[in-house]
Design a binder for this molecule. Structure first.
Ligand SMILES: O=C(O)CCC(=O)C(=O)O
Length: 390
C-alpha cells in the first residue's frame, strides 16, 4: 500500500502554470513506472546470513533498492521524536544563534557543516559551482505562498551528533550487512545528514551524480563512489521524493545539460520517483543521476541519509572537500572516523537488546567492550569535520 497523493499532485501541478498538465502526467506516469520495478521488499538473507543474492543483483541493475519496513515502528517513532526536539532547537531564523526558547541553537557554534537553509521552493544548488558544480542545471523555482518565511531549513549535516536515534539507525545490523555486501567487510564511513523537505517550502536538489574523485580512475566501476542509505521518517512520494534514472550509475559521468536539452524540459523521461512508506530505507548508488523537485505538495519528507565507501576508494585518497575540508585519508584518519560506527552499534544494542548486533570487522577486537552512555554523545561534536568526502 502506498500513500494516496492525488491531492498533493494537484497542489503541486498548480505551481507550474502552463506546465501544470505536463507535471501532473509526469508525476502519475513516473509513479506507475516506479511501482512496476522489482527493486523493493524486506531485507532478506541467505542461509549464511548474507544479503540475499537477488537483492544484490537487483541493486546492481537499477542502482537503487527499497528495503521495506527496515526500521521498526519504534525506531521511526524515536527518529520522529528526535527530529521534533532538533527542530525545537533550530535557530529562530537563518544565521540566528538562539532558538525560540532563548537556548543556544542547534549547531550554531559548530565548525563542521550543520544546519543549511534555503529560500522556500528554490533550487539553491542548481547551476552553481557549489559542490564542484555537480548540479549542472537550475530547476524551476515555484513561487512560495505569501506566508512562507524568507528561508526554511533544508539540510542538517553531521546529524549523528544531534540525535541518538539517528546514531542508532546508523548501527542497523541488516543495513550494515548490506554495506558489507557492497563495499566489503572493511567498509568505511562517508557522511550523514537529514534532507528536510517541508510541505510547501522544501527546496529542490537539482539533477546530479554524487562522487567527485574517481570518475577518471583506471579502476572506475559502478560502486567506486559508494552509496547512501536514505531512511524515510514520513515516507517519500512522487511529489516530495528523490527521482532517479535507473541504471545510470553504470554510465560514467553524464552531461546533464544535454539530457535536459534532449528531454526538452527538466522532466527527464527515464527518471522515476523513489516511493517509500515510513520506515523504508533506500540504498542509492551515488553515481545514479538523481535529484528532487521543490516540495510543492502537501506531505513533508525528511530523509535520514548515511553512506558508506569501499576502503580502497578512500584510503590514501585526497578528499573532494565538499562535505568537509579536503584532507588525505590515511589509515589513522579512517580509523578515527570509523569510531562512530562502533558507538552506533553500542548505542543500538542498548535500545534494542533483542537484536543481534552487527560485527564490524575493523573493530572486531574491541567492539564488545564499547558500552554506550548518553554522555558520549558530546564526544561526537564536529565529528563530521572528518567526513570521507569523495
Ligand atoms: O533527498 C534529496 O532530496 C536529495 C538527496 C541527494 O541528492 C543525495 O542524497 O545525494
Amino acid at each position: 500500500m502506498i500513500q494516496d497523493i492525488t491531492q498533493s499532485i494537484e497542489a503541486c501541478a498548480a505551481y507550474y502554470g502552463d506546465d501544470a498538465d505536463a507535471v501532473k502526467k509526469y508525476l502519475l506516469e513516473g509513479q506507475e513506472r516506479a511501482l512496476a520495478l522489482p527493486n523493493r521488499g524486506p531485507l532478506r538473507f541467505d542461509n549464511n546470513g548474507d544479503i540475499h543474492p537477488d537483492i544484490l543483483a537487483t541493486y546492481a541493475t537499477y542502482g537503487f533498492y527499497i528495503f521495506e519496513n527496515a526500521l521498526s515502528q519504534d525506531e521511526v517513532a524515536d527518529l520522529e521524536a528526535d527530529l521534533d526536539a532538533m527542530r525545537d532547537n533550530f535557530p529562530t531564523e537563518m544565521g540566528a544563534t538562539h532558538d525560540a526558547k532563548g537556548r543556544p541553537a542547534l549547531g550554531a557554534d559548530n565548525k563542521g557543516l550543520a544546519l543549511q537553509w534555503a529560500k522556500p521552493l528554490s533550487d539553491p544548488l542548481g547551476g552553481t559551482q557549489i559542490a564542484n558544480g555537480r548540479h549542472q542545471v537550475k530547476l524551476f523555482e515555484p513561487q512560495a505562498k505569501g506566508d512562507a518565511p524568507q528561508a526554511a531549513p533544508f539540510y542538517l549535516g553531521g546529524s549523528l551528533q544531534f540525535s541518538v536515534a539517528c546514531l542508532r539507525t546508523y548501527g542497523h545490523p541488516g543495513l550494515l550487512k548490506m554495506a558489507e555486501a557492497i563495499n566489503g567487510s572493511d567498509f568505511a564511513p562517508f557522511h550523514e545528514g537529514l534532507f528536510i523537505k517541508d510541505a510547501g517550502l522544501g527546496a529542490a536538489v537539482s539533477w546530479h551524480q554524487d562522487g567527485d574523485t574517481h570518475w577518471d580512475s583506471p579502476d572506475f566501476d559502478e560502486d567506486i563512489h559508494g552509496f547512501n542509505f536514505m531512511g524515510q521518517i514520513y515516507g517519500s512520494t512522487a511529489v516530495n521524493g528523490v527521482w532517479v534514472v535507473p541504471g545510470s550509475h553504470k554510465q560514467g559521468r553524464l552531461d546533464i545539460v544535454k539530457l535536459v536539452a534532449e528531454a526538452g524540459s527538466e522532466r527527464l523521461p527515464d527518471a522515476i520517483p523513489i516511493i517509500c512508506n515510513p520506515g523504508d530505507v533506500v540504498i542509492n548508488n551515488r553515481q545514479l543521476v538523481h535529484g528532487s523537485f521543490a516540495n510543492t505538495g502537501l506531505e513533508t519528507r525528511v530523509t535520514v541519509n548515511f553512506g558508506f565507501h569501499r576502503r580502497s576508494s578512500v584510503l590514501n585518497v585526497r578528499g573532494a572537500g565538499i562535505h568537509a575540508e579536503a584532507a588525505t585519508f590515511d589509515e589513522a584518519f579512517i580509523e578515527e572516523r570509523s569510531r562512530v560506527i562502533g558507538l552506533a552499534i553500542a548505542a543500538r544494542k542498548q535500545r534494542f537488546p533483542d537484536e543481534t548486533p552487527y560485527q564490524y570487522a575493523p573493530i572486531a577486537d574491541i567492539q564488545d567492550s564499547i558500552e554506550w552512555d548518553p554522555s558520549m554523545q558530546a564526544s561526537l561534536k564536529d565529528y563530521n569535520l572528518m567526513d570521507l568526502s569523495i
